[in-house]
Design a protein around this ligand. Structure first.
Ligand code: C2E
Ligand code: MG
Ligand code: MG
Ligand code: MG
Length: 280
């Protein structure tokens, strides 16, 4: 009957919701122990100059190996970490780990390697954000001039406070890039009003290159925009040689994506850097 079907449907949804809530709780509670239980690690994805394939930097990407759930993707646990506040300690952990790893590599190879670290909105707005950054740089010996933080357009929504924080970063010599560029709401006013060093074209604009003509036009416009505002530009999610070729043609400086390398652990990165010929 309709009545029992309705009841069944109700049960079905409530079970599904309960399962969802349970998993969320499991993740939220698990995150609190992830650091001390040594379940976290950092992978590094190379960022290359499209002109010659030379690696100029790496992006640090957090990984969480949960004891029961296995590898939990950051798109699942970062939003939960943000809401629950655990992101503050996760963010400090990633920054310190990455600065140590990459400082060691720079010393060993005499590299000019840059390090990009993702910073979420909550971390960015913390009173002690700048202090945490400068303390970590001092403790790890990582040079401020080689550090870049990646934030999204939505993080910069509160303009007055953002101007303050970006000014402090600038004084320290830390660069700032806009991640997932083109997917937010107020791209252009942010570029006009704030001191940004680099824009990262979101993967969604790269995926369908070069088949989609509109895609080419948009990327072309972004490259021109970055050029006239004296900002660097890098394309995310490059998977094919055709995509790299068209981006090069359009004058895009940098690239990142599976074509060049997947995100790799520190030992594999060391090998990758040793394998890449130095053009200088
Ligand atoms: P994101 O910062 O935009 O990072 C790029 C994502 O694209 C990474 O996913 C990377 O593995 C993936 N990617 C790179 N090249 C390709 C490609 O050619 N094809 C495809 N399909 N994907 C590619 P990942 O590592 O899963 O991270 C997802 C997001 O989680 C990141 O997006 C970032 O927003 C967030 N995240 C990761 N680590 C951290 C962290 O330490 N702190 C914070 N706050 N957020 C982080
Ligand atoms: Mg990023
Ligand atoms: Mg991105
Ligand atoms: Mg993203």
């Amino acid at each position: 009957s309709a009545k029992s079907a309705g009841r069944n449907r109700y049960c079905f949804y409530s079970q599904e919701m309960a399962a969802h809530t349970n998993e969320r709780l499991l993740l939220e509670q698990g995150l609190r122990y992830a650091i001390e239980e040594k379940q976290l690690s950092v992978l590094y994805q190379p960022q290359v100059e499209l002109a010659n394939g030379q690696i100029f930097g790496v992006e640090a990407l957090l990984r969480w190996q949960h004891p029961e759930l296995g590898m939990v993707p950051p798109d699942r646990f970062i939003p939960i970490a943000e809401e629950s506040g655990v992101i503050d300690s996760l963010g400090r952990w990633v920054l310190e780990r990455a600065c140590r790893d990459i400082a060691g590599l720079r010393n060993a190879a005499g590299e000019q390697l840059r390090l990009a670290v993702n910073v979420s909105a909550r971390e960015f707005r913390r009173e002690d954000f700048i202090q945490t950054l400068s303390e970590t740089l001092a403790q790890t010996g990582f040079p401020a001039g080689a550090l870049e933080i990646e934030i999204t357009e939505s993080t910069l929504q509160v303009i007055e406070r953002s101007i303050e924080i970006l000014g402090a970063l600038k004084r320290l010599g830390i660069a700032v890039s806009i991640d997932d560029f083109g997917t937010g709401y107020s791209s252009l006013s942010i570029l006009r009003d704030l001191p940004i060093d680099r824009i990262k074209i979101d993967r969604s604009f790269i995926t369908h290159l070069p088949e989609k003509k509109d895609g080419v036009a948009i990327v072309k416009a972004m490259v021109a925009l970055a050029g006239s505002l004296h900002m660097a530009i890098i394309a995310e999610g490059i998977e094919s040689p055709e995509q790299a070729a068209i981006l090069r043609q359009l004058g895009c400086d940098g690239g990142q994506g599976y074509l060049f390398s997947r995100p790799v652990a520190h030992p594999a990165l060391t090998l990758l850097l040793a394998d890449t010929p130095d053009p200088h």
